[in-house]
Ligand binder design. Structure first.
Ligand code: SF4
Ligand code: SF4
Length: 323
């Protein structure tokens, strides 16, 4: 599979990457061997970028998957592993990096990021964590550093942050989940911010091209939109070998133009860790399929849910996903 130079870094990445979140305990919760097999299969099929996070608790799958593979930077064919942490302080970031290195049995990790940076003052509040990333890059323990975000403002800001190598923004053609200030942003606004980052030499891998599964029904349109922005890789959560085969074929240009995967098995999930109980989805659901559970958070009544996806766009924190 062809590879794209990841901005100004010396890394070359495949146009599709594997988001490892999907196989972990917040989604499919696959047994270790089965999850590791998915990761290994993706690598054997040619995918070389693997994104995870401290919060996802998926390091064991990655370690198992890449047993026996030379992960040192001197191996140009190695899987490139990216992780990230939600932490705020220098000490917490230091712990997060060390936890990752220990869990993966590494002395060096290619990419480490600040996870889910929100609009200011979040960036300023996490200055300690950012300084730690810079120091670990200077020591040669982390290869490239950056951020992930759902926020247009943060992506725009990163174009000006010279130390930032990688930006991992949320982008899809429908604008699902994009934030701007305290409200929602549009796909056009995020696309413009991404262009600024690309012009500034940032490496861009994009998340949520399918809007949390809600755009899978327009499979190639969703992928083409994000690819054609000039992003270097599109991270997709994949839990099945067939999904990997489809995306590899897409990246290689061998997927028939009218191909559409079967998404009939997909159902709506509301991430209880992200839901803020605002009630927007309860009001939006035309089928009265969402209710407040005993914790005051939104939950789905699968007896009446039609998986129409109408609820997902109104969620301000992208807690509603379809898979
Ligand atoms: S997918 Fe449709 S029916 Fe199901 S909860 Fe969301 S809006 Fe309601
Ligand atoms: S819209 Fe999102 S945050 Fe609000 S209640 Fe529904 S799932 Fe929770």
């Amino acid at each position: 599979m062809k590879k794209n130079k990841l901005g100004s870094t010396d890394l070359y990445v495949t146009p599709i990457g594997l988001g490892v979140l999907t196989i972990g305990n917040t989604q499919l919760d696959l047994p270790l061997e089965q999850g590791a097999e998915i990761v290994r299969y993706a690598y054997e099929k040619g995918i070389n970028l693997f994104d995870t996070a401290q919060y996802y608790e998926t390091y064991p799958y990655i370690r198992e998957a890449f047993k026996g593979i030379d992960l040192l930077p001197s191996n140009p064919d190695r899987p490139i592993i990216a992780s990230k942490s939600l932490c705020l302080t220098y000490d917490e970031m230091e712990e997060a990096i060390q936890e990752c290195l220990d869990a993966l049995d590494l002395e060096h990790i290619d990419i480490f990021k600040m996870h889910e940076v929100r609009e200011n003052p979040d960036w300023e509040n996490r200055a300690g964590a950012w300084q730690c990333l810079k120091d670990y890059k200077a020591k040669g323990i982390v290869g490239a550093i950056g951020i992930s975000t759902h926020h247009v403002d943060v992506v725009e800001q990163m174009a000006e942050v010279t130390d930032c190598d990688i930006v991992f923004p949320l982008i899809n053609y429908a604008g699902l989940g994009i934030r701007k200030g305290a409200g929602t942003g549009t796909a056009d606004e995020m696309a413009a911010a991404i262009q600024k980052c690309i012009a500034a030499g940032k490496g861009i891998f994009a998340m949520k091209a399918f809007g949390g599964g809600n755009l899978t029904g327009t499979y190639q349109k969703a992928l083409n939109y994000v690819r054609d922005l000039g992003t270097h890789s599109i991270m997709v959560g994949m839990g099945k070998k067939e999904e990997i085969d489809d995306l590899v074929a897409y990246a290689q240009g061998t997927l028939p133009p009218d191909y559409q995967p079967d998404v009939s098995f997909k159902i709506i999930h509301i991430d209880q860790g992200d839901c803020e109980g605002c009630g927007s989805c309860v009001k939006r659901c035309p089928n009265k399929a969402i209710y407040y559970n005993e914790n005051g958070l939104a939950d789905v009544n699968y007896d009446v849910c039609l998986t129409c996806g109408y609820c997902a766009p109104v969620c301000p924190v992208r807690a509603i996903i379809m898979w």
